[in-house]
Design a protein around this ligand. Structure first.
Ligand SMILES: [Fe+2]
Length: 175
């Protein structure tokens, strides 16, 4: 179980909870969560030092909170330069906000048995965006030369699932 949150992170969780329980379709909820998250991305106290720790081998996920009813989860992801995810999609809506540095997302669409790159979105510090399945195939990378930290909120119980990733795509990519 995640340990007790910092007061700043507890405020974030409270704002996300309000955004989620207000209800609506996935796009409406994710957009509201993204607005709520944006308000916390400049807070220097949001993450304790242990939640900023990287892993030299791959990007690191720190679970900050799993809502008791499983309706949402909040994680901090720490990326060293060059670290990236596989190409994947998600089991639920996903809100991403950059806390430190810059995160780069490449999006794809599935065409037959291959992937076609759709675009590259760079999210600088302080900015949040969201994805809603289906059609959310992407990978995330830190292509900068300094550490990046992002806060991700998923509309799922990742304490139960272990991850928010639905499928991994190991297919040829056409640009
Ligand atoms: Fe993702």
């Amino acid at each position: 179980m995640p340990r007790l949150l910092s007061p700043a992170a507890a405020l974030l969780v409270g704002d996300v909870r309000t955004a989620v329980v207000t209800g609506g379709d996935d796009h409406a909820v994710a957009a509201r969560v993204a607005r709520a998250l944006t308000g916390h991305l400049a807070d220097p106290l949001l993450l304790d030092p242990e939640h900023r720790e990287p892993d030299p081998d791959h990007y690191r996920q720190h679970v900050l909170h799993v809502e008791p009813d499983g309706s949402f989860s909040v994680v901090a992801l720490v990326w060293l330069p060059g670290q990236e995810t596989c190409i994947h999609d998600h089991v639920s809506w996903c809100v991403v906000g950059t806390y430190v540095g810059e995160e780069e997302e490449t999006t794809y669409r599935l065409v037959g048995d291959r992937l076609v790159q759709r675009g590259i979105n760079r999210t600088p510090q302080g900015v949040a965006s969201y994805l809603v399945p289906p059609g959310d195939i992407h990978k995330v990378c830190n292509s900068s030369d300094s550490v990046a930290i992002s806060i991700h909120v998923y509309g799922a119980d990742i304490g139960l699932l272990g991850t928010s990733i639905r499928r991994r795509y190991d297919l040829p990519v056409a640009h």
